[in-house]
Unconditional design. Structure first.
Length: 397
């Protein structure tokens, strides 16, 4: 009789625990159900509009890109409980392209400790495998990557100071990806390549706005209600016909000179002002700046140069700048062939204060110059918007 009673109590406890488990799971699933939209701006222009939706661990994204042509990405997928990607499938198309509007399809699957990503465009296909779980990938369609924060915020840690780590697939490799809780209603999210986005949350821990200034995208996002995305597409296609847009291109350029048999060449991409506030916003104060766009700006030296008596040996270096309201510092880094947001201070070789001056007329495109100067030397400078920064060098100690 006693044994039967004990067995009954064990069964009762088991079922009570099971009910509690299902109750908690149902509650968690309910918390995971939401939808909304994000509108991203690049300076004065709207660059992308999209809807996002999360039901349990299943999600959907529809993203309309507008720079310069209207392009649409639609994807759906499944997260693991920790926010990493289990499965994604989608398409990318141009709504003005008629029967040939499909640009490519994509498919992601995680199995056997490997993430596989396959893309197809016409008769061409590509399939790559990565031995990691991931949270974001560049090749999942258009601007979809910058809409993932609205979904991934749901998987952020709860305690301020805590972070979760995953991977970002970019340049056919896996880079570290992080979501960090930096305040009661604020997250830091990103990787070394995409840069770190600041995510502001509302009282329900849903995304309210996104600050991507200083990242590879230099955009700002505002969350809102779920949109009629077909109407968004139709309106923008009509606008495109009436007012064609110019492509936003960071023009690749170079400048070179020879001073006392020392060849000096700088290769860089030239972002434009485009009506934006540059220093203090597009280029945040007191943060490392790539001093260009896209890949890191590079300098080639055939012979050593000397800055305030400090030697920069012959070779190839990346150039970065630390801008502040009180002055700029030029940084030469030994990692030359990197993306512009991948600065690693461990490889900084030389830091030189720069002279700055205000310009009467704004310079639309970032412009580098190398000019000869007295005392067997020269001056390296760059001008953008209404700021010119320069630093002198010599070819001998």
């Amino acid at each position: 009789m006693l044994n039967s009673l004990k067995q009954f109590m064990r069964i009762k406890i088991f079922f009570l625990g099971l009910l509690l488990h299902f109750g908690n799971s149902a509650s968690a699933q309910k918390l995971h159900g939401f939808k909304g939209s994000l509108i991203y701006t690049l300076g004065p222009d709207t660059s992308a509009i999209g809807n996002y939706e999360l039901n349990g661990n299943e999600f959907m994204l529809t993203v309309v890109s507008m720079s310069p042509n209207v392009n649409v990405s639609k994807l759906k997928g499944i997260f693991f409980p920790d926010g990493q990607l289990m499965h994604v499938e989608g398409i990318n198309y141009n709504p003005t392209g008629g029967k040939d509007s499909l640009v490519y399809t994509y498919n992601l699957n995680y199995a056997r400790d490997t993430t596989s990503i396959e893309t197809r465009s016409g008769t061409r296909s590509s399939r790559r495998k990565y031995p990691v779980k991931i949270m974001v990938a560049n090749n999942l369609g258009g601007d979809a990557i910058v809409f993932m924060p609205a979904l991934l915020a749901n998987f952020a840690p709860k305690r301020v100071g805590d972070s979760v780590m995953s991977s970002h697939i970019v340049f056919n490799s896996a880079r570290k990806f992080m979501i960090k809780k930096t305040g009661s209603q604020k997250l830091l999210l990103g990787s070394s390549v995409m840069g770190m986005f600041t995510i502001f949350l509302d009282k329900d821990d849903k995304v309210q706005s996104v600050d991507g200034m200083g990242t590879s995208f230099n955009i700002k996002g505002k969350a809102g209600a779920y949109l009629n995305i077909d109407s968004v597409i139709a309106v923008n296609v009509k606008q495109l016909h009436l007012h064609p847009r110019l492509a936003i291109i960071n023009k690749l350029d170079s400048v070179k000179t020879t001073i006392n048999a020392a060849n000096v060449k700088i290769i860089y991409s030239r972002p434009s002002v485009r009506g934006r506030v540059i220093f203090g916003e597009v280029v945040p104060w007191n943060r490392i700046w790539r001093t260009g766009a896209d890949a890191a700006t590079k300098i080639y030296l055939s012979k050593p140069l000397y800055f305030n008596g400090s030697e920069l040996p012959a070779g190839t270096y990346s150039i970065f700048t630390m801008p502040s309201p009180t002055g700029f510092t030029l940084i030469f880094n030994k990692q030359a062939n990197i993306w512009g947001t991948e600065h690693n201070a461990d490889y900084d070789l030389l830091k030189i204060p720069m002279q700055t001056q205000s310009l009467d007329e704004p310079v639309e495109l970032l412009t580098f110059a190398i000019a000869p100067a007295d005392n067997n030397g020269g001056v390296i400078s760059f001008s953008w918007d209404k700021v010119k920064a320069s630093v002198g060098f010599t070819t001998a100690p």
